[in-house]
Write a protein of this length. Structure first.
Length: 50
């Protein structure tokens, strides 16, 4: 929900002439990065327990 709002507000700000395109992309990618890291760490920890 918040990620979508962030992207929509960033797109609107870029449309209004503000220079926030790069910042919007970086902030929008953080939740996805956390998800990928969580999956990777889960596999690593599970592999170490065997």
């Amino acid at each position: 929900y918040r990620q979508g709002q962030l992207c929509a507000n960033g797109i609107a700000a870029v449309g209004n002439g503000h220079d926030v395109g790069t910042k919007t992309l970086i902030l929008a990618a953080f939740p996805e990065l956390y998800g990928i890291l969580t999956v990777a760490i889960t596999f690593l920890v599970t592999g170490l327990m065997k």
